[in-house]
Design a protein around this ligand. Sequence first.
Ligand SMILES: Nc1ncnc2c1ncn2[C@@H]1O[C@H](COP(=O)(O)OP(=O)(O)OP(=O)(O)O)[C@@H](O)[C@H]1O
Length: 309
Amino acid sequence: MIEINQLTKRYGSVLAVDDLTFCVRPGQVTGFLGPNGAGKTTTMRMLLGLNAPTGGTATINGRPFFAFGTGLRHVGALLDAGDVHRGRTANAHLAALARSNGLPRRRVQEVLETVGLGEAGRRRVGGFSLGMRQRLGIATALLGDPPVLVFDEPINGLDPEGIRWARELFRRLAAEGRTVFVSSHLMSEMEHTADHLVVVGGGRLLADEPLADFAARATTAGVTVRTPDPAVLAEVLRNAGASVLAEGHDALTVTGLTAARINELAFTRRVLVHEVSAHDGTLEDAFMELTAASVRYRASATPARSKDR
Ligand SMILES: Nc1ncnc2c1ncn2[C@@H]1O[C@H](COP(=O)(O)OP(=O)(O)OP(=O)(O)O)[C@@H](O)[C@H]1O
């Protein structure tokens, strides 16, 4: 089990990680979600002993990472897929790690095959695509057959087949009883993969709950109403306390009232409606709503213009 306890990291005036406390349990995939700059990588780096915390602790099965001698047998990690000597072949890269961690040489071919790079072992990493480097990073994490796996944005650069493969791999690793901790800034990557979510924003913990509970936040987001009299119906609905947005010439998006109540109001005011359909909010909507206040890097609404135009 991974235990993060009051973990804090300050870089000058930036509080990258702010008093985080949560656990990552075995036998399930835990998604570590947050917008860019939320503190996910910093947390993972502290867990793996690559950065010293300003305060608090991060332990694996009760011990700090550096207490595990032959690291790869205990914890496998993918932090930065680019962090491989480009002149080396995939075989040479993995063989060196196998040697220094006291692992049998046969593991090299085994993990290359697991990640779909069975034919690419003799190629230099410099010629690999981003997706191939991510697969090599995953192979590196699996080399020691460890019970705890940490992946930072592992889906980056994978094609759709690769994304599906990675999802199935994470689920299989968790089903084998391992602890699988996977970061992403996209809910869409996690909603079919994770059993449990830890959501951070601005370095702080925003949610720590089963995916099913998080999904319950994605309640009905709005109701679409089609009517030949949108202006009249909009007024009726606003007077009943709804928020109403006009969509095109004959449709309204309504929040704050159920579809049944909208139907009743339209009927009693004798406004003709052609369609009333409720639509559920997505998990992405719930995630955006939860993290909206803590987004550190937000694009401006209008494209930047070159001054000399
Ligand atoms: N070495 C560093 N020096 C100074 N500031 C840093 C350093 N590393 C991270 N930060 C800052 O800490 C904050 C958290 O960064 P971090 O990379 O942990 O976020 P993240 O959630 O992994 O984001 P992303 O999804 O973009 O990778 C950011 O504001 C970042 O600029």
